[in-house]
Write a protein that binds this ligand. Sequence first.
Ligand SMILES: [Zn+2]
Length: 160
Amino acid sequence: MCAEENPRFIVDLNCGKLAKWLRMLGYDTTLFDHRDDKYLIRTALSENRIILTRDTQLMRRRVITTGIIKALFICRDNSLEQIRQVITDLGLDSAFIPFSLCLECNLPLVKVSREDVKDRVPSYVYQTQTQYVECLNCRRVYWQGTHWQAMVKKLDGLGK
Ligand SMILES: [Zn+2]
């Protein structure tokens, strides 16, 4: 189904947790945070994004049933099962590029030196981690810590 090499997504609020998972996997993902479906449709169309939604009404829209906009109906409740569905149904490559996008802002992360983040990360992190990246928008600092490893572990063995 997914012909594009680097598909982009717009995630409906009813399955919003998918946004962080997709960003973690390195996929450019917009979170739909507007009440009007027209905005969702317009963004998907103008930015060539695949819609991920749990809204059956939305799936019945002509622009979607005719295939002008790609959309995937998310059937599971659990966010981990949801991301598994997306990976499987769209044939995504789950060999993600770590630290490429900010999980909150969906913007590219840049490398920063350990010294630069010294005062901004817990000292145990500073002691044990050598590689850091930062989001220039929200100034969040990311490193390969336990939270990251837990997310990776959950996805392990997927989408092969
Ligand atoms: Zn950010």
